[in-house]
Design a protein around this ligand. Structure first.
Ligand code: THU
Length: 137
């Protein structure tokens, strides 16, 4: 059983890790590994705007670089100046990065209204007909 509210709160906490001096749009992500560990990440922007890294990928890359390979869920939230009133869905690049490491039933938890409202999707739902590692075999 996934502690959804707990994971959402960790994503809200991760907004504090955001480095977003250009957009002021702070995103937080909390990635739950199969072994119960959680990796948090914030978006990291750059004066060369295209070099920005989303919060989701920060969390995923942190986990991958620490040797983790099996994941259950990710919680994502964000908004201007840490105001997470609205849902913050993952961008297309982040969905594709999830596709590399996560199974089709991997859960994506989006929260709004400061953690009060939670929507849940699977990776398969938000990235149908996708291209992945199997296509290269
Ligand atoms: N951002 C994320 O961190 N995750 C997403 O999935 C969408 C966008 C960040 C990138 C940039 O720093 C800011 O939000 C505005 O696009």
């Amino acid at each position: 059983m996934i502690d959804k509210k707990g994971l959402v709160e960790k994503s809200r906490e991760a907004m504090d890790m955001s480095y977003s001096p250009y957009s002021h749009f702070t995103v937080g992500a909390a990635l739950l590994c199969d072994d119960g560990t959680v990796y948090q990440g914030g978006n990291i922007e750059n004066s060369s705007y295209g070099a920005a890294n989303c919060a989701e990928r920060t969390a995923i890359f942190k986990a991958i670089s620490e040797g983790k390979r099996h994941f259950k869920a990710i919680a994502i939230c964000g908004g201007e100046q840490k105001d997470d009133t609205d849902f913050c869905p993952p961008c297309g690049i982040c969905r594709q990065v999830m596709r590399e490491f996560c199974k089709p039933d991997f859960k994506i938890l989006l929260s709004a209204n400061h953690g009060k409202d939670i929507k849940e999707y699977t990776l398969e739902e938000i990235l149908p007909e996708s291209f992945g590692p199997d296509n290269l075999k």
